[in-house]
Design a protein around this ligand. Structure first.
Ligand code: THU
Length: 130
């Protein structure tokens, strides 16, 4: 568990990505920053479309960014939203992330910059894998 480590840079990148959120339909801003085992950080944000089902969550944006840059093993992800409550990643994002890194540490960040740390395994036990 790396929860005692300094997550400042990771959280900062998630918050920066959140500012770029394209959310004309929901107004719900989400930023994610995914750290690979090599220490690189990949940001992502949610992108919404008029054709609603095309919407991509911030977590998967970050994952696609990382994989596009050749990284496939991850240690932690910071997820920041403009909500007062801690918002957990959706089921689709849990499955997408678990297929790459089941032990992923998840740092949830609310609008007050408070943090809550959970592990992906506890959010998605008995996950599907081919
Ligand atoms: N959203 C995320 O970015 N991550 C999640 O885990 C859940 C939802 C986005 C999608 C959409 O743009 C907005 O939040 C409202 O559902």
């Amino acid at each position: 568990m790396s929860s005692n480590q300094d997550n400042t840079a990771l959280i900062e990148q998630a918050i920066n990505a959140m500012q770029n959120s394209h959310c004309p339909h929901s107004g719900f801003r989400v930023g994610a920053a995914l750290m690979s085992s090599s220490g690189k950080i990949y940001p992502g944000t949610n992108v919404e479309f008029d054709a609603f089902s095309l919407t991509v969550c911030a977590e998967r944006s970050a994952l696609f960014n990382a994989v596009s840059n050749g990284d496939k093993k991850f240690v932690k992800i910071a997820i920041s939203t403009n909500s007062e409550n801690f918002k957990f990643p959706c089921g689709l994002c849990r499955q997408a992330l678990v297929e790459f890194s089941p032990e992923l540490e998840i740092i949830l960040v609310n609008v007050k910059k408070e943090q809550k740390i959970v592990n992906l395994r506890e959010l998605l036990p008995n996950f599907f894998k081919l």
